[in-house]
Design a protein around this ligand. Structure first.
Ligand SMILES: [Zn+2]
Length: 154
């Protein structure tokens, strides 16, 4: 895997919460905050050279912005993939809640912060450096990976 080309980073509007979550799971730094209005999103994107993804025609006039014309999540992921060459990267998965970076968490430290069943059946855990949420790859993760593959993202 080449690390020479910097990964694109994104700022998405209030209408694209699901897309934001999936971009974070794919490993892309993505700003999404329901309390931000279009002006704030545009400012945040300009501040650190993010691409704006938006359902809003006005906001899509921002430099580098992309108008997302469909409401369907899979279709959204497909158009963004076609434009930016999205590819799942296990090393850069972000917290779906806050966009924080995940750091691996030794199993013994996960004890008590995850359900017993998840603790017993997993050896790898991650913790969000932002909000502290602990992650593991349960059966839901297999479904996510399956969807990544189906959409040609992994
Ligand atoms: Zn977090």
């Amino acid at each position: 895997m080449s690390e020479d080309v910097p990964k694109p980073t994104f700022a998405v509007d209030q209408m694209l919460g699901s897309l934001a979550k999936w971009l974070r799971m794919l490993g892309y730094d993505t700003i999404y905050d329901k309390t931000m209005d279009d002006k704030q999103i545009a400012a945040a994107a300009r501040a650190d050279n993010r691409f704006v993804l938006t359902r809003d025609k006005e906001l899509s006039k921002e430099p580098g912005a992309m108008l997302i014309e469909t409401e369907d999540l899979e279709a959204q992921l497909t158009v963004v993939r076609e434009k930016f060459g999205l590819k799942f990267s296990e090393d850069t998965i972000r917290c779906t809640q806050c966009n924080g970076e995940l750091v691996s968490l030794p199993k013994e430290e996960a004890n008590g912060s995850v359900p017993e069943g998840a603790f017993a059946s997993n050896d790898k855990f991650w913790k969000c450096g932002g909000c502290g949420k602990v992650y593991w790859r349960g059966s839901h993760w297999l479904g996510i990976m399956e969807r990544f593959r189906k959409l040609n993202l992994a």
